[in-house]
Design a protein around this ligand. Structure first.
Ligand code: SF4
Ligand code: SF4
Length: 422
């Protein structure tokens, strides 16, 4: 007997869709594919058929619900306010329960990413072999043609020599030596841990300079975005439990990764299977703050409180809104306030700053051809600003933006917002 418990939980959103098709104007995937199955309305219709028992969990259904960036542009513009992202994720969870995860995801999610030590060990192993890939620019390595089947020619980031977890202390006291004004848990996120450890150190330095005690629990794990958005709720709940336990003794949990902050906040939306979990996830979510939100809304810093790093003086900067910041967390003004406060930097808003960069987590692995087309539109927006630098607050977006800037032979450099702040 097939199980559709997760889809049942979101049935009200399925029924909210009035088939107006408004979402088709906003869906980046539909804009490239022009197929009804690419857009929210089509995916929602199939979910309805599953609920009615008229659609089986076929491979074709798996492909259709997999072809979604979870960018939430459809949700933000739906007149019925149907939360189609939740329908898509629930449908993926049903696929996993009824058809399994498949060998690769099963190994990656349940044997590697679910175990912080094992994850670190496997990434270290990958680092030992990355010298085989020729280096192109800075920290980016270009996958040569013989590896195209794996990397599809993309520029991939270099893994750090020393991961953040191996450089950072568990307890970091305020730098002024005074009593801390609050205790903040720093959630690293995998990309910051393995690829951008300097960014993590910079964030800890920034927070301790502002009178905060920063705890970096070694028991923290991956946020689970790639895992539970792929429908593996079982592993997602294990990661949620590990992270809740690791951060149980702090006032706030802060991260410099927009995907991590939204994923940690959204355990309560996607994952609960009983009332106890619901309460635990909700209590946890209240403590989670994206770094940009924390700086402006909690620390109450004003534009004049920020100083630009010397190397960026005279530069023109533009901002890319990560989907997980602007639509998942409604954070739009805070990063712009910080950027506009940096004297000596000229800020230019890009057209369609909120357009998805095309990454969509594992979407870009399975549909790199569509990712490139969507990213080209983002690149057009960047080109229109004549900016020297593109700034964002999600290491995942940074990886994809760097790949596409290089692919388009554009001169822009990509930075995390905090890298600009002295
Ligand atoms: S915009 Fe909303 S209501 Fe209209 S078709 Fe799309 S999902 Fe359905
Ligand atoms: S979440 Fe984004 S990609 Fe998925 S259906 Fe909605 S608009 Fe399209």
């Amino acid at each position: 007997m097939r199980e559709i418990k997760e889809l049942k939980k979101v049935e009200k959103y399925v029924n909210q869709c009035m088939k107006c098709g408004f979402c088709s104007f906003f869906c980046p995937v539909y804009q490239e594919e022009r197929e009804e199955t690419s857009v929210a309305r089509g995916k929602n219709y199939l979910a309805k058929l599953v609920l009615k028992g008229e659609q089986e969990f076929t491979d074709e259904l798996g492909e259709i619900i997999g072809k979604c960036l979870l960018c939430k542009r459809c949700v933000a513009n739906c007149p019925a306010k149907a939360q189609i992202d939740r329908v898509v994720v629930a449908a993926r969870a049903e696929m996993v329960k009824n058809k399994g995860l498949g060998f690769i995801k099963n190994f990656a999610f349940r044997k590697v990413m679910n175990n912080r030590k094992a994850f670190g060990k496997y990434v270290k192993l990958a680092r030992a072999f990355q010298w085989l890939l020729p280096k192109t620019e800075g920290k980016i390595r270009h996958l040569p043609d013989f590896l195209k089947a794996l990397g599809q020619g993309r520029n991939i980031p270099e893994l750090a020599d020393t991961f953040l977890r191996d450089q950072v202390k568990e307890v970091n006291k305020p730098q002024d030596g005074k009593e801390p004004k609050m205790r903040v848990g720093f959630f690293m996120g995998c990309a910051t841990d393995f690829i951008y450890p300097d960014l993590g150190l910079k964030i800890i330095d920034f927070l301790t300079k502002h009178g905060i005690e920063v705890i970096v629990p070694q028991g923290q794990n991956c946020c689970g975005a790639a895992i539970y958005f792929s429908g593996d709720f079982e592993t997602g709940r294990q990661l949620a439990a590990a992270n809740i336990k690791a951060f149980d003794n702090v006032d706030y949990i802060v991260t410099g990764c927009a995907t991590c902050s939204s994923t940690l906040k959204d355990y309560a939306k996607y994952l609960p299977d009983n009332e106890e979990q619901q309460k635990a996830y909700e209590a946890f979510a209240k403590k989670v703050k994206d770094l940009t939100e924390f700086i402006i809304d909690v620390l109450k810093m004003k534009p004049e409180d920020f100083k630009l790093k010397k190397e960026f003086e005279g530069k023109v900067a533009t901002w890319h809104d990560p989907c997980h910041l602007i639509r998942y967390q409604d954070i739009k003004d805070q990063p712009r306030e910080i950027l506009k406060g940096l004297k000596g930097l000229k800020y230019v808003e890009m057209p369609n700053a909120d357009l998805c960069c095309g990454m969509g987590g594992s979407f870009s692995i399975y549909h790199y051809d569509i990712t490139k087309k969507i990213a080209d539109k983002k690149m057009d927006g960047i080109k229109a600003t004549n900016a020297d630098i593109v700034v964002t607050a999600c290491p995942g977006c940074m990886i994809n933006l760097i790949d596409n800037v290089l692919r388009n032979k554009m001169p822009q450099k990509v930075y995390h917002l905090l890298e600009l702040v002295e």
